[in-house]
Design a protein around this ligand. Structure first.
Ligand SMILES: Cc1cc2nc3c(=O)[nH]c(=O)nc-3n(C[C@H](O)[C@H](O)[C@H](O)COP(=O)(O)OP(=O)(O)OC[C@H]3O[C@@H](n4cnc5c(N)ncnc54)[C@H](O)[C@@H]3O)c2cc1C
Length: 458
């Protein structure tokens, strides 16, 4: 039996992110998305593979891409060719802002810009349909991509869902729609759509607008199960998981997780700060994310993230960072400001870079450590734009421990999906990471102080 290239080179090397574009691209319809043992959606062979390689052409983690679309830089030159400004860390851009959409702020995860942009795209007739992430009616599948045609439907698709979703059916579905479509996605999903548009240029016209969600890592469904277990909800009883419940009286980062317990009909919540660091540690994260160097969703028309930055972070109602990268995106923002719909101010490039500093450290600077480790194990790595920086010993240890924590969290949860034994077993991996991270930060601060003192002397 033929093994599809995407399974051979990507899935079997744990580089799959579950975007599902290979399912769409396969001319023999030989692939289907299935849940794997670690709570991620991945393609599986369910038909006869003709080995034509289309699956690999649209894969954002393809280790052997065509030179013309090798990295985000080549793709940006093809798809954002009118955009003038460029920065090696954030790609092509027109303008950078921080702020919120007054109407949608409170019902959204950050400043409501995602829901605002989609509404404006529909109202202004730029697209006829929006594909975003809504609650699913399928048992156990909490969220999935689905279509919206109105503001009411879009409101149901607001909020950040840290849950695996896939585009496997979306691109086939839009072929049967009369009109244009906008899609939202994290960086690798947007890259997969651009690769599909490169392969099938008519898709560029069909999908004239992409909203990019700045992403710190895609989580396994185990993440939802773990948080629910922290509030004593068993995985078969989780309903309506809500990952970003704001506390208007507190800071933006002081949000809670919540869900309904089907067994008791109770709503249960937990402050995320009481759970510990779920992002910097790499807990429940996909391995592919450790080989992604697109921190700010460089290939979208507009990129949206959280303004983890003073003074915005002090406001529990939530604030977005916004990067426009195309003419339509700029116009929507400028009109929104003029109409009084948006409270946005220009953000300097330096401030924006600072808002994503942790992600740059991990995904640009730390990449060299992970590439070396992968090469030692003879694992293929997709071509990367970063990964040549020299790093200190402590920084290297932090990266290696994060890799271990990520891997172990999935193995340990698979073995026993209960938060108490999980926390106790993970301590022996998380504690050393905590200590070395502190030492690394201290060393970095000392280094900066020494440089400053030397500068003063000079
Ligand atoms: C997995 C993930 C990781 C993230 N990590 C970071 C980070 O490290 N740093 C940062 O600055 N921001 C991050 N964000 C983005 C942030 O949480 C907000 O989604 C973003 O600021 C938009 O907020 P909003 O209020 O404008 O969106 P809203 O108005 O609430 O709209 C959110 C939009 O995102 C869509 N959406 C929700 N979940 C998903 C999903 N899983 N995949 C694709 N689309 C989805 C919704 O359907 C909706 O259209 C992350 C988001 C996700 C999904």
């Amino acid at each position: 039996m033929n093994t599809p290239k995407v399974i051979d080179l990507v899935v079997n090397n744990d580089l799959c992110i579950g975007c599902g574009l290979c399912v769409y691209a396969c001319p023999s319809q030989a692939l289907d998305m299935k849940w794997n043992d670690y709570g991620f959606l991945v393609p599986e062979l369910t038909g006869t593979c003709e080995l034509d390689g289309a699956c690999l052409d649209v894969c954002p983690f393809n280790p052997i891409p065509l030179k013309e679309v090798e990295t985000e830089f080549e793709l940006a030159d093809l798809f954002l060719n009118d955009t003038q400004k460029k920065h090696p860390k954030i790609g092509k851009y027109s303008a950078i802002y921080a702020g919120y959409a007054d109407e949608f702020r409170l019902s959204s995860s950050s400043g409501g810009m995602g829901t605002y942009i989609f509404t404006e795209l529909l109202v202004n007739g730029i697209v006829d349909y929006v594909f975003s992430v809504k609650e699913s009616e399928k048992a156990g599948v909490h969220y999935e991509y689905s279509i919206s045609r109105s503001k009411e439907e879009l409101l149901k698709a607001s909020k950040t869902r840290y849950f695996p979703v896939t585009l496997d059916r979306v691109l086939s579905e839009i072929q049967s729609l009369d009109g244009k479509v906008a899609i939202v996605g994290v960086a690798c999903f947007i890259k997969a759509i651009r690769l599909a548009q490169y392969r099938e240029p008519q898709l560029k016209d069909k999908i004239p607008f992409l909203v990019g969600i700045i992403c710190g890592g895609v989580k396994s469904r185990f993440f939802t199960e773990y948080l629910s277990s922290k509030v004593d909800v068993e995985k078969q009883n989780i309903e309506h998981p809500n990952f970003r419940i704001k506390d208007y009286e507190s800071t933006a980062s002081d949000y809670s997780y919540g869900c309904k317990d089907k067994a008791t009909d109770e709503e249960k919540t937990i402050k995320m700060r009481s759970v510990g660091d779920m992002w910097g540690t790499g807990l429940f994260k996909a391995n592919a994310c450790d080989f992604c160097d697109d921190v700010t969703t460089e290939l979208a028309d507009i990129s949206l993230g959280d303004a983890w930055l003073h003074p915005y972070v002090r406001d529990g109602k939530g604030t977005n960072v916004v990067v426009t990268r195309s003419e339509i995106a700029d116009e929507l923002i400028q009109n929104g400001i003029k109409k009084g719909d948006l409270t946005l101010e220009n953000l300097s490039l330096e401030a924006f870079l600072a808002s994503q500093q942790g992600s740059f450290n991990h995904r640009h600077t730390g990449l060299s450590v992970r590439i070396k480790e992968a090469k030692k194990r003879n694992q293929p790595v997709p071509p990367k734009r970063f990964g040549n920086e020299k790093v200190t010993m402590y920084f290297k240890i932090v990266q290696k421990l994060r890799m271990k924590v990520r891997r172990k969290s999935l193995v340990v949860w698979k073995k026993n999906s209960n938060a108490k034994p999980f926390d106790s077993e993970m301590k022996s991996f998380l504690n050393p990471l905590k200590v070395i991270t502190k030492v690394n930060h201290l060393r970095r601060r000392l280094g900066r102080l020494v440089m400053k003192l030397k500068g003063n002397k000079g």
